[in-house]
Design a protein around this ligand. Structure first.
Ligand code: HEB
Length: 747
């Protein structure tokens, strides 16, 4: 009999449950275990569409105008379960879109609106996303109507765009094509804090947060202004607190210091790849619309969706203050309406910001906010046509006036609203599309013609592609060009493996490995790279003398592919069609974020302050969209190809370096091999096989393949006597996959 029968199961935690995946688990016993789970997310096992559904193709057939009309109708179709402020949901939906896209951070390209992640924890329950559960639910009828042709990811963003248009703003355009995921993305580091709105971890590595320096507001002698102005937000985070999209609206750590708040804004929006002008445009443009919600103290607000009761059906933040909605809604606890026309595009936000002087006040919920020093009651009430109010702002709004750089920009827009319009349109479009990758992934009738530099554009192919026989002769020339095969391989790898699946930037296309900053990255061995590129250019200029043309980007990949083919003894697929970008088409500063700290596949780099070498390896594999078998086969295979970044022999566990074989696995798993650390760092190791007398060296990248039970299990497959062919086949297909990661033009 079931011992739980008769007990109330509510409140039973997972560890206690004796079925359904309960019990004490590996992660409880060994929290430091290397996790591979991020390499097997979003597979057919969680996705009801399986593997074959092509969302972009489906979106192409949607009734786009019908969809936009439905969204426009919804804007003013106020629903009882969550009535629209001022009779228009526009502001609410803009906030939903912005919070969907705004989690993007350029440091690792993760976050962002590309997967519809706002439906899942933790994002669905972040304090900053309070009540957006209602915004998403308002969209459900439209989602169900358009079904497979419309992902939630696209819908969240398109809705914000349509909201802007419906309120009189001309947008820069819109592109669809973001397929949904069906589980939480576990790959994103949101911070190490265990409390909502905490920031004890993210600032603890650099300058401390001001919280530890006493209260800033009030006694000047007690405060340490230098710290707040220089506190270091850990990479790659883009928010000042756990559970916020960017910064605390009340000011740093809740302290209403607008100048200090500007610093936090600059840092966090910078992590989103926005400069001062883009940042100011987004905040000004966004807060031209809608209002904040803090009718009363927040005690009446219930738990977030992910902690909610089963009968709430995914809703959270139930509010028992009066009817808990409309004029009684409590979201941020702030109570501000910025402009006199919160459902119309205008320049009122800046007009008021500069027309009035501002003083601190507390919202009805007790939060720090600002009110105009005036008797002008010009702001409408969201639900009572007869009520008028004074203009109000958040500390982060005041920051746009007190910070000298933001002030310069916003004063110019005060005089030239058309420049604000242009800046906001562009910044908003960038916000929504930044993580989509090249425009070959974009679909729909509203794609702007104008190409932006942040798209990392590559020229279009303007010539006939090479034929099979051209490819054969070019391979011969590349192999005879005097460049070592191993160098051809590392160069091709270096170009292609700059790709990251998170925001789909990088990759071999564009041949940006020959441009700033990539050509100077240590991992790319700048001096040697220069020689290699010179030799490749020679092959190119010989070939391009004829009627056909080939790009450097194609030749870089073809060189590596030819070398792999020779080393493997089987043919390796090559898909031409890459083009070469210019330095002018390349935002060098923005590309610095793609520089790898480590690349285990080239045996480059070691642990950093917060990340073990092998965790970097898994992280890199995730950015390359590799599965764990692909990680293992590529690493082991590349070692036998002698493809270490610095030509070291770490992990080259073969007597025949340069020949593709499963020797790495065979030798690593040899029972007679014993390793010991070769220095204090515990990063480098010496191996001695007391039976064969072989001596090897290796790094943590190499040894983790033999020590982690799951990676080892895969290594055993590739070491098996009957799997030599499988090994070669799997290596070659993983190699081709990496070479073509950025080829959305042919996928
Ligand atoms: Fe914002 C709202 C904050 C930015 C748009 N905002 C809001 C709020 C807050 C905030 C607190 C309220 C919520 C409630 O409901 O209560 N923001 C903020 C901050 C920042 C921002 C701190 C940074 C500085 N925004 C932003 C941006 C945008 C926006 C960028 C866009 C573009 N918001 C917005 C809107 C709203 C808000 C539209 C309204 C909503 C409604 O109406 O509902």
């Amino acid at each position: 009999s079931n011992q739980n029968v008769g007990k109330c199961p509510v409140g039973l935690d997972n560890k206690e449950a004796n079925f359904g995946g309960g019990g004490t688990k590996n992660n409880d016993w060994w929290p430091n275990d290397l996790k591979l789970n991020i390499l097997r997310q979003h597979t057919a096992q969680s996705n009801p569409f399986g593997e074959t559904f092509n969302y972009a193709e489906a979106f192409k057939t949607i009734d786009y105008q019908g969809l936009k009309n439905d969204l426009k109708t919804l804007m003013t179709d106020s629903q009882d379960f969550w009535p629209a402020d001022f009779g228009h949901y526009g502001g609410f939906f803009i906030r939903m879109s912005w919070h969907s896209a705004g989690t993007y951070r350029v440091g690792d390209g993760r976050g962002g609106g590309g997967q519809g992640q706002q439906r899942f924890a933790p994002l669905n329950s972040w304090p900053d996303n309070a009540n957006l559960d209602k915004a998403r639910r308002l969209l459900l009828p439209i989602k169900l109507k358009y079904g497979n042709k419309l992902s939630w990811a696209d819908l969240f963003l398109l809705t914000g765009n349509v909201a802007l248009e419906d309120m009189g703003f001309k947008t820069f355009g819109f592109a669809g094509g973001r397929p949904d995921t069906y589980e939480a993305d576990e790959s994103v580091y949101w911070g190490g804090e265990t409390t909502w709105l905490g920031n004890d971890v993210r600032y603890s590595q650099g300058h401390p947060g001001i919280a530890e320096h006493g209260v800033l507001d009030g006694d000047k002698s007690k405060k340490d202004h230098t710290d707040i102005h220089s506190r270091d937000l850990e990479e790659p985070l883009g928010a000042s607190h756990m559970g916020l999209i960017y910064v605390n609206p009340e000011g740093p750590d809740g302290i209403p210091d607008a100048a200090a708040s500007a610093q936090d804004i600059r840092t966090t929006f910078g992590r989103m790849a926005m400069n001062d002008e883009e940042t100011a445009a987004l905040i000004v443009g966004g807060h031209t619309f809608g209002k904040t919600h803090g009718a009363a103290p927040t005690e009446t607000v219930g738990k977030e969706p992910n902690a909610g009761d089963i009968h709430q059906q995914g809703f959270g933040w139930a509010n028992s203050y009066k009817d808990g909605k409309g004029p009684n809604a409590i979201t941020s606890g702030l109570e501000v309406t910025w402009t006199s026309t919160p459902t119309k595009w205008s320049n009122h936000y800046l007009e008021y910001l500069y027309k009035y002087e501002w003083e601190k006040e507390k919202s009805p919920a007790g939060a720090n906010q600002w009110v105009a020093k005036t008797d002008d009651e010009i702001i409408p009430h969201a639900f009572d046509k007869n009520k008028k109010q004074k203009p109000r702002m958040l500390t982060t709004d005041i920051a746009l006036r007190v910070d000298p750089a933001y002030e310069k920009i916003t004063r110019r827009w005060l005089e030239h609203p058309e420049e604000l319009e242009d800046a906001f349109a562009r910044a908003w479009f960038k916000l929504l599309h930044r993580d989509m990758g090249p425009r070959t992934r974009w679909v729909g009738p509203e794609i702007p013609k104008e190409v932006s530099i942040w798209e990392d554009p590559v020229p279009e192919v303007d010539h006939d592609l090479v034929t099979e026989s051209d490819i054969t002769s070019l391979k011969k020339e590349l192999l005879a060009s005097g460049i070592e095969p191993a160098t051809l391989i590392t160069t091709a790898w270096g170009a292609a493996a700059s790709f990251r699946g998170s925001d789909k930037r990088g990759g071999a296309n564009g041949a940006r490995i020959r441009l700033e900053p990539q050509k100077n990255w240590a991992v790319n061995q700048p001096k040697e790279l220069e020689k290699t590129l010179t030799a490749i250019e020679k092959v190119q200029s010989n070939f391009n003398k004829g009627s056909k043309k080939i790009s450097i980007a194609d030749l870089i990949v073809l060189g590596g592919t030819a070398a792999v083919e020779k080393a493997a003894g089987v043919s390796v697929k090559f898909t031409p069609g890459r083009t070469d970008a210019t330095q002018e088409q390349t935002d060098a500063q923005s590309f610095t974020h793609l520089q790898p700290f480590t690349d285990g596949f080239r045996n480059f780099g070691t642990s950093t302050a917060r990340v073990r070498t092998e965790q970097w390896l898994v992280d890199k594999a995730h950015l390359l969209t590799l599965s764990s078998p692909e990680l293992v086969v590529l690493l082991g295979g590349l070692r036998t190809l002698n493809a270490n970044w610095d030509h070291s022999s770490h992990g080259v566990l073969t007597k025949n370096p340069g020949k593709l074989s499963n020797d790495f696995f065979v030798n690593l798993l040899d029972t007679n091999l014993a390793w010991k650390p070769s220095d204090e760092s515990n990063e480098f190791f010496e191996g001695f096989n007391h039976k064969t007398g072989d001596k090897w060296t290796g790094t943590r990248h190499d040894l983790v393949i033999g020590s982690h039970p799951e990676l080892r299990a895969i290594a055993e497959v590739y070491a098996s006597a009957d799997n030599k062919e499988r090994f070669t086949k799997d290596f070659v297909s993983a190699w081709t996959k990496v070479m073509d990661l950025d080829r959305f033009d042919v996928k």
